[in-house]
Design a protein around this ligand. Structure first.
Ligand code: ADP
Ligand code: MG
Length: 373
């Protein structure tokens, strides 16, 4: 889909990109990561011909881009940079519709797509008539992302798009980007210098240093087998995954377990379980202190009007937030339980560990679960 073939970039005599060859498959999200100055932006800008290589070729869908008209090429490649690049004097709607209109797409379908994109990035229609400066930084960046997806292009280039955002906004945009990519199946090259961000969103990560590729692989393989000391240093704290005793209950729990108060009835408990598709509920008081537990199996044959207070399991086992994975697994195995509530020092419920929450937190490649279970 995108192929770099022996790309070299020199400024005067200084070599910025050494012979660089890489293939990126269609529909993948590939993250370029590396220290500042290693050539990430240079490589990205070569794809939309904002920078010319000194030698070598880039192929997009099999076509050598040096033979393509740059304007035409760019119209078909979404591009997102750190400070969104929204046009300040245009409304959000005009910003989003600019390229589809330039391309002569059907007005009705443009309108429909604009609203869909806005929803995908978590904003509603009321923002359409606002101007960029009337939005927060995070909202502007959401529009920047939506605009990149508006081009109907198969390729989107993103150069540290979330770097300037606060951690909460950043994290939710990462989730949305991941979701959009899965739905719309774009090929995305995403530049960052943040390994956590890379691991969270990438299908494959390309680790760069001084214009060379140090490693190009899936996040799991990079974590498991870093190619050299530099990569190992770069993924640094992530090594925690290889040391399960460093993983805390907090890291492996569901953060919003479904709960119920003791004054409710069996009928209501069953309804809540159905609604949330769970087979157990934590019982808490109005201060969120853990009081007990009910399971579907335990209550489904009981009289529907019975109060939960009367039938809940009391003295439920729980662990503190800083209990480590090893002790959590030992407790679950020893007592043959599938659920383990997590509480803080005030006995308030803060989470719930289940076998599937452990599995999804770890992902089977990162730790040998055969041993753990
Ligand atoms: N126009 C230029 N002239 C000379 N050197 C440049 C120019 N543009 C970028 N560089 C150098 O190329 C290297 C790679 O830059 P860049 O691709 O922006 O790195 P990154 O995005 O990884 O931080 C840096 O050392 C930078 O100083
Ligand atoms: Mg850069």
């Amino acid at each position: 889909m995108i192929e770099f073939k022996n790309i070299v970039k020199k400024y005067r005599t200084k070599s910025i990109i050494n012979p660089f060859s890489l293939e990126i498959d269609a529909g993948q999200l590939v993250v370029f990561i590396g220290p500042s100055g290693c050539g990430k932006t240079t490589l990205l800008k070569m794809i939309n011909k904002l920078i010319q290589p000194t030698s070598g070729k880039i192929f997009v869908n099999g076509t050598d881009i040096s033979t393509m008209n740059p304007i035409e090429l760019r119209r078909n490649i979404g591009y997102v940079i750190q400070n969104t690049g929204l046009f300040p004097h245009m409304s959000i709607k005009e910003n989003l519709e600019l390229i589809p209109k330039l391309k002569g797409e059907d007005p009705a379908s443009i309108e429909k797509k604009t609203i869909e994109l806005l929803e995908m990035v978590g904003l509603d229609k009321e923002y359409l008539d606002r101007f960029p400066k009337e939005l927060s930084g995070g909202q502007q960046q959401r529009i920047g992302v939506a605009r990149a997806f508006s081009t109907n292009s198969d390729i989107i280039l993103m150069d540290e798009p979330f770097s300037a955002l606060d951690p909460v906004t950043r994290s939710s945009l990462q989730d949305e980007l991941f979701q959009m990519q899965k739905e719309l199946n774009k090929t995305i090259i995403f530049v960052t210098h943040d390994m956590d961000e890379a691991i969270k969103i990438a299908d494959k990560i390309c680790i760069l240093k001084d214009g060379d590729i140090l490693q190009y692989d899936t996040p799991e393989n990079i974590l498991k087998n870093p190619a050299n000391d530099f990569v190992e240093g770069f993924i640094g704290k992530r090594r925690v995954w290889n040391n399960p005793e460093l993983l805390m209950a907090e890291d492996i729990m569901i953060h919003q377990p479904v709960k119920i108060t003791a004054k409710r009835t069996v009928l209501q408990a069953i309804e809540i379980m159905k609604e949330h598709k769970v087979d157990s509920l934590m019982v808490t008081d109005k201060h969120n202190v853990l009081k007990g537990l009910v399971t579907l199996k335990g209550i489904q044959l009981l009289n529907r009007t019975t109060s939960i207070e009367m039938i809940m399991e009391q003295n439920v086992l729980s662990v503190s937030q800083d209990a480590n994975l090893i002790s959590v697994l030992a407790t679950m195995n020893e007592h043959k339980i599938g659920y383990l509530p997590v509480v803080n020092s005030g006995k308030q419920l803060t989470g719930l560990i289940t076998r599937s929450s452990i599995l999804s937190a770890l992902s089977s490649q990162l730790i040998d679960l055969e041993v753990a279970f």
